[in-house]
Design a protein around this ligand. Structure first.
Ligand SMILES: [Zn+2]
Length: 315
């Protein structure tokens, strides 16, 4: 069996042809077009076409991970804070028409968690959360060995858990969400607000424009002792730990896997968040919470999307 797993993120689109054993037969990636629904759909269609021709045999279906609130049964993107042009878009149906293949759509981090459970750091675990710190902050849960969708299908939107009432503005329109502190987009927005308020930092001389305020640049400035950068990353880890404590106490999990581009930095967000979570969680008093890195890296989403499609095909 060969299926294509596609992983649409706020910044990149990745895709892989995966066989029934989990071998990645080919892999491709590109930037996420953010100007319209049509341009993103066309980019996905083009990538699937390329992957199909590289597949070396027939492809049976496409699994597609997409950020935001996904009606996975109906194949509809209901709301996507980081790709706001997608509001009640029947994406699976559009793609099925264009591709002539069955398309199974689900939340991007839920499928990444399925990938980590299948082949990665979650292989031996029945209960864990996967949090990805990318453009936004996504999360997925595996409970009792299976993906946990909740009654709404939207379970585990930890990125928009409010960790600071009346705190930093979030892309969703609320204030003080975890994502506003602990994601590439949130860090950039907070850094820009410090810059606008005249705070002094070496970062302002390290950038050509505000788009350059990436987690990696903030990390570099922090390693040089910059107080604003250290404050931004310390806040990110602290609020992440607070949210993990809430998740652990609510769901009864002890293992959290972190993915995304903020986990391989000099500033060790994983262990700082782990310390904070263990200080905050009541359940941690009966057994420590572990926060570690996921294993499949930037392929977790596409491998998981492929696995999700295989599970759907098999009923
Ligand atoms: Zn929010």
């Amino acid at each position: 069996m060969r299926v294509i797993g596609m992983d649409v993120g706020g910044t990149n689109v990745r895709g892989a042809v995966v066989d029934g054993l989990g071998q990645v037969l080919s892999f491709t990636e590109g930037k996420t077009p953010r100007d319209s629904v049509d341009s993103l759909v066309s980019a996905v269609v083009e990538m699937v076409g390329k992957l199909r021709s590289d597949a070396g045999g027939p492809v049976e279906a496409v699994g597609l991970g997409f950020p935001g609130l996904i009606d996975f049964k109906g194949g509809v993107v209901r709301y996507s804070p980081n790709l706001p042009m997608f509001r009640d878009v029947a994406l699976a149906g559009f793609l099925r028409q264009r591709l002539g293949l069955r398309v199974f759509l689900a939340n991007d981090v839920n499928v990444a968690a399925i990938g980590e459970k299948w082949l990665g750091a979650g292989k031996e675990l029945d209960d864990f959360a996967l949090l990805t710190l990318g453009t936004g902050l996504g999360s997925g849960l595996i409970v009792g060995g299976l993906p946990f969708w909740g009654g709404t299908g939207f379970a585990a939107e930890l990125g928009h858990l409010v960790v600071q009432p009346d705190g930093a503005p979030c892309v969703c329109g609320d204030k003080g969400c975890l994502e506003a502190y602990c994601s590439a987009g949130g860090l950039r927005a907070r850094a820009m607000s410090f810059k606008a308020s005249g705070e002094s930092s070496i970062m302002w001389d390290m950038i050509d424009d505000d788009e350059d305020l990436t987690p990696q640049l903030i990390d570099l400035a922090a390693s040089r002792g910059d107080a604003v950068a250290i404050g931004l990353l310390s806040d990110a880890a602290r609020y992440l730990g607070i949210a993990i404590a809430a998740l652990a106490d609510l769901v009864g999990i002890r293992t959290v896997l972190l993915g995304g581009r903020m986990v391989n930095m000099r500033f060790d967000i994983s262990s700082a968040a782990q310390d904070e979570a263990n200080r905050r969680s009541i359940c941690a008093r009966a057994g420590r919470i572990s926060v570690s890195r996921c294993e499949l890296g930037d392929k977790a989403g596409s491998i998981g999307a492929a696995r999700y499609a295989m599970a759907c095909l098999n009923g």
